[in-house]
Structures are given as C-alpha cells and as structure tokens.
Design a protein around this ligand. Structure first.
Ligand code: GDP
Length: 459
C-alpha cells in the first residue's frame, strides 16, 4: 500500500492547485464512501520515484468561507488521521492568519510528520509570510508556487525525507486503539519509550519490573522487525508504549551475533521512541558502548534519561553519584543536564523516579519557547559575549525563533551565517538550555542568512 499524503490548510491557500500539480491527470473524485470522504479528492502521484496516494481536502471550501466550519474540521482531521504525511499549505502573501494557526494546531496534535508549505511565493512575493510560517511550529517552510510550478523540487525532496522518517514512525495501526487522539489531548498519547543499553546491563530485568502485571502487548509495529512488539502500560495514569525490539521480556542469551543483532535493534528502537532510557551499570558506568548509544540518542533528536542500574551493589552511594554526575556532564555534553536515576531493577527500586524523569523529559522535549522571550534572552546572551569577528567583521545574530519542538529546534537569522564559529553556537546552545530550562534533550540551532523578518512590523 503506497503511503498516504493529505493536503491540509484553510480555504483558498492553493491546496487543489498543488494537488493537480502533484497528481497530473491521475486525480479522481472519490465517491464510494458517503459522509466525510465525499468531499475529498484522491489521486495517485509519483514523488521522487515512489508511488503515493494524495488526499485533497479542498472539497469543503465553499461550505466554510473564512472559518473552520465543523465539517471542514472533521474532514481535515479524518484526512490527517489516515495520513502518513501531511502537507500543510498556507498562503505566504497573507502570512499566518488565525485559521492557519488553528489548522496547524490540529496537525501538531495528531503528531503526524508534516511538511510546511508557503504557497504563492512566485517571484519575490510572500517573503514576509514565508518567515512568519516558522511560528507555526511545523518545522521549516518550503517556498513554492503551485500555480507557476516553482519550488517543487524542494518540496519533493522534503516529502521524500519526511516519508523516509515515516517508515519507522507510522501510526496508522493505532487509530482504532486510540479514539482519544481525536480530542487532540496530548495526555492521551502514549509516550513512546525505548529501553536500551549494553547486553547484560539489566534491561530485561528493568522492563519486567516496570511492567508488573499491568500490560497489554499490542503486536508488531510497522517499520520495525517482525518480532518487535509494542507493550502498552500505564504509569501514574499516563499511558506509555514500550518498544521492545530486542525481546527484552525474554531472558537474552548473549552470543556475539546476538550482540550485533541487539545493536541494530537499539537503533530501530531509538528511532521509534520519543524518550529513551539508557541503562548503564553503576559499577562500570559510561563505557565506550554506553556513550555510543547516548550519542546516537542525541543525534536522532530523542529525549534521554540515564538509568544507573545495579545500584544495590554500590558501596559509597553519595560519592558514586557525584562522580557519575560529573562524568555525564563531560561525556554526554550534547544532552547536558540529563537526568541520572539510580535504580535496582532486580530489587524494583528507583522505578517511580525513573518514570517521573521519563515524563519530565518528554515534556521538555515538547516545550516551546515564545519568540519574544527567546529574543530577549538572545539580546542578553549577545551582550554577555559578542560573536567573535571573522575576517575583521563581527557576525551578528539578529533574530531567533523556535521552528519546532521534539526536540527543541531553533532558527537563528544572521548575516554571514557561515562565518559563525561552532564554539559560539555551542555557547548559545548552552546559554539557551539554561535560560529556558531544557536539560537532557538535544537542542538544535539552525543558522539562516537574513535579518529579523519581523522587524518591519515591530517598528
Ligand atoms: P539485559 O541483557 O540488559 O536484558 O540484562 P538482564 O536483564 O538479562 O540482566 C543481566 C544480569 O544482571 C541478570 O543476572 C540480572 O539478574 C542482573 N541484574 C539486573 N538488574 C540488576 C540489579 O539492579 N542489581 C543486581 N545486583 N543485578 C541485576
């Protein structure tokens, strides 16, 4: 079954034009299902060599002039729910209007991968709206003109990229199981959790201790190996979905090949997860393999919590904890401030705290920093340490905005972005982490050329 891509946005932003562009002549009106689907068009397209199914939600435009009528909303939600990827379209000439923000919220609530499209950017039109689009929290906008066929190569690249990710993040199978998602209630989503670590570190013991009796095994997850299972359980009223790729519920037999296999499983589990618990051994902490896995979690942009297991075997506990804290700050600097939780999986100790940190880390990972606060901080950070001069001229960061969360990702606009030293970017990242209390999650700052796109309106 080819991936399904839904085109979503308020009326008149150019959804149908884009649909026609992408499908060519293959579009067909869907008429077989009464009700919701009556108003939507469905067509096939090839995107970067892959067959895809496109859904256009434009059918209700006349029914909902200027507002999100209930039917349009239901229609869009249904399309998003069934989609592997959402193309969110806005009219860059209008900028972000309240209806765009409402639709964007809907897309974010469903948690589907999305590509943000600033349409009607032909010529030099729409540049204000293009920058404005960053505010929607759906990542970086792609400037296109569906009408004139401009920017489509960028769009296709973004779609292929997003679908690649999609292969492991597909959520289709969950729809029936999770009617609550329709309310957009974040708390109704299970936190996707992976428990990773070296062989014999105590992962299986920890998983079994966490699961206790309350569990439901939901069967194979798409995008994972056939014997991967998702285990749903609750912790303090919070649904959690544990991704078990390595057969953690079984006692692992460790042979060399099993070890190799487990490494591949860890990668898959990390990609699939939102929060990763890295289990390390209190007696032999932060070994090479532990750090490799920790770095991978950061690279993949996941929230991290470190479980320091076999704590029952540690003699001088306070001393060991201090050592561990210092070592983690040094060796896991990408996720500075990461929580270390001492546990004994065998004795079932420390599990409450571990899960509390998992939830906290998940919340930090989802956090959004208001643009005003961000730029006030930026002003102070720049005043404290100006960016060093490159070739006699200072590089000035003019403006920052948070482009997305999960993990927190920021865009910094500056002239001569390429000349900004990495060390300075690290300084900004650390300062930002402290200022907005974002410990234990990777933070991304992307540099873009240009001035503060909002400046003209603020004057
Ligand atoms: P996995 O390969 O990471 O899944 O590791 P296992 O869960 O199979 O555990 C490996 C060994 O460590 C087993 O003999 C466990 O009984 C032991 N173990 C696990 N957790 C603890 C703990 O908290 N304290 C102690 N002392 N031993 C533990």
């Amino acid at each position: 079954m080819p991936p399904t891509i839904a085109i979503v946005g308020r009326p008149n932003v150019g959804k149908s034009t884009l649909f026609n562009r992408l499908t060519g002549k293959r579009a067909a009106l869907v008429s077989d299902v009464p009700g919701l689907t009556r108003d939507r068009r469905e067509g096939e397209a090839r995107i970067g060599g892959h067959a895809v199914r496109l859904i256009d939600t434009a059918g209700l435009e006349e029914a909902a002039p200027g507002s999100i009528a209930a039917r349009m909303r239901a229609q869009s939600e249904a399309a998003i729910a069934g989609a592997d990827l959402v193309l969110f379209v806005l009219d860059a000439r209008d900028g972000v209007v309240p209806a765009d923000a409402a639709f964007a919220r809907m897309v974010r609530n469903w948690g589907r991968p999305a590509v943000l499209i600033a349409n009607k950017c032909e010529g030099r039109a729409g540049s204000e709206g293009f920058y404005d689009a960053y505010r929607l929290g759906l990542g970086e906008p792609i400037a296109i003109s569906a009408e004139h066929g401009e920017g489509l190569a960028d769009l296709v690249a973004a779609m292929v990229g997003a679908l690649g990710l999609q292969c492991v993040r597909k959520r289709k199978d969950e729809d029936a199981a999770e009617p609550n998602e329709k309310d957009g209630a974040a708390a109704a989503y299970p936190i996707r959790l992976a428990i990773v670590g070296r062989p014999n570190i105590g992962k299986s013991t920890l998983v079994n201790a966490l699961l206790g009796e309350e569990r439901m095994i939901t069967g194979p997850e798409p995008g994972l190996t056939r014997d991967a299972v998702a285990i749903d359980f609750g912790w303090g009223g919070r649904p959690v979905r544990l991704i078990d790729t390595a057969g953690l519920r079984r006692k692992a037999r460790v042979t060399e090949s099993a070890e190799k296999l487990a490494a591949g499983d860890a990668v898959r589990a990390i990609r699939f997860a939102e929060v990763v618990v890295l289990v390390i051994d209190a007696e032999h902490p932060f070994e090479h393999q532990d750090l490799t896995i920790g770095a991978l979690v950061a690279e993949e942009g996941r929230a991290l919590v470190v479980a320091v297991n076999k704590w029952d075997l540690v003699a001088d506990k306070p001393k060991r904890l201090n050592e561990l804290r210092a070592t983690s700050e040094e060796k896991l600097a990408q996720v500075a401030g990461v929580s270390l939780v001492a546990v004994s999986a065998l004795a079932g100790l420390g599990l409450e705290r571990l899960m509390r940190e998992v939830v906290r880390s998940y919340e930090i990972w989802n956090r959004r920093v208001p643009t005003g606060d961000l730029n006030r901080w930026l002003g102070e950070a720049l005043a404290r340490h100006a960016a060093p001069a490159a070739k006699g001229r200072r590089v000035k960061v003019r403006f920052m905005t948070q482009a997305s969360s999960r993990p927190p990702t920021f865009v910094a606009f500056c002239a001569r972005a390429e000349a900004l030293p990495r060390a300075y970017l690290r300084y900004l990242t650390n300062s930002l982490r402290q200022a907005f209390d974002l410990p234990g999650v990777p933070i991304r700052i992307k540099l873009r050329r240009g001035d503060n796109p909002f400046a003209p309106r603020r004057r």
